[in-house]
Design a protein around this ligand. Sequence first.
Ligand code: NAD
Length: 329
Amino acid sequence: MDKLDLGIIGVGHLGSIHAKLAAHSEKINLVGVFDLDRERAETVARDCQVPSFQELQQLLRKSRAVSIVVPTSEHHSVAMQALESGCHIFLEKPIASSVEQARSIVDQARQKGLKIQVGHIERFNPAMLAVRNYPLKPMFIEAHRLCRFNPRGCDVSVVLDLMIHDLDLILYMVKSPVTHVDACGVAVVSREEDIANVRLKFAGGCVANITSSRIALNPMRRMRLFQQNQYIALDFMDKKAEIFKLADDATARHPSGLHMPVSRIGVGDSARDIIYEKPSPPEVNSLQMELEEFARAVQLDLQPEVPGEQGLMALETAADILDQIARPE
Ligand code: NAD
C-alpha cells in the first residue's frame, strides 16, 4: 500500500500529536501543516521537518486527505473547504457543533464520493480492541467517564466533550435506535454543563446509564456491560477488559484449567460456576492506529472504521440529551 499524502489542519494541543505521529508513520506521507496561528504552525512544521503552508488552499492542493484538528466550532467551515477541494477528511470528534452542520458535511462527502472518518478514538482503545471480536449483546450498560477540571474543552458542554465518546461506543455496540432519553446536567464551574447523567433506552430493550464529569477528583473511564450469562468490564484508562461468564460445569468443559471457575453463584441445583477471562489487549497507540486505519481506508477504498454517518448519529443523540437538559419536563 502506498503512503497516503496527508495534511494536518490545526496543530494545537491534539493536532501537534497528529502531526508527529503522521511524520513517523510508515503508512502516511505528511505533506505539511496549516494553522491560523502561524508561529504555532511553523514550530510544529520544523519539529516534523515538513512545510508550513501560509494558505489553507495551498495545503489542500498538495494533500489527498487532511486531518482536521481545529476547535469544534470551526469543523464545519474547514471540512467543507477540504471536501470542496476533493480531499478525504479525518475529522476530530465531535463531528461538528450542530446536527445541521454535521448533516451537511456528511451529504457533501457523499456527493463528492469522499471518505470521512470521525476521531472517536476510544474505538481504538486497547480495552475495546480486546473485545472487538467478542459477541457483545448488552442489555444493561453502566458508563462512567470522569476527569479533573481543565479549562480546555470547556467551550462546549461535557456532553459534547466527554459523554460523546461513550455515546459513540454504546451506539456502535447496541446497534438499535434510541427510543427514550432521560437526562440531567449542571454547570458547576463553567457556563456549560460540567456534569451530566443520561439514561437511554433502546428499541431492542437495552438500557444505558451514562455519567460524565469534568470536575471529578478521581479520574475514571469505565464501562460495564451486562448481557445474558455475562458481565464485561472495560477500563479505558487502564486499557484492560475483563469478562465474567456463567457456566454449568466449567471444569469439565475446560480440562486444560485455562478457564477454571473463580467462584459459584446461586443456590442448590441452580448454582453455576463463574469463569474469569482477561483477553490480552493489543499494545497500540490509539491515535496512531486510528490515523493509519484512515489511511488504509482511503488507499484501499474501504469504509472507514468510524464513518461520518456514525459521528452524526453520536451527535444527534448528544443533541437530544442537551435539548432535554435545557428543557426538563
Ligand atoms: P487547541 O485549541 O489546542 O488547537 C486548535 C488549533 O486550531 C489552534 O492551534 C488554532 O490556532 C487552530 N485553528 C483554529 N481555527 C482554525 C482554522 N479555521 N484553521 C486552521 N487552524 C485553526 O484544541 P485541541 O484541544 O487540539 O482540540 C482540537 C479538536 O480536537 C477539537 O475538535 C476537540 O474536540 C478535539 N479533541 C479530541 C480529543 C479526543 O479524545 N479525540 C481530545 C482533545 C481534543
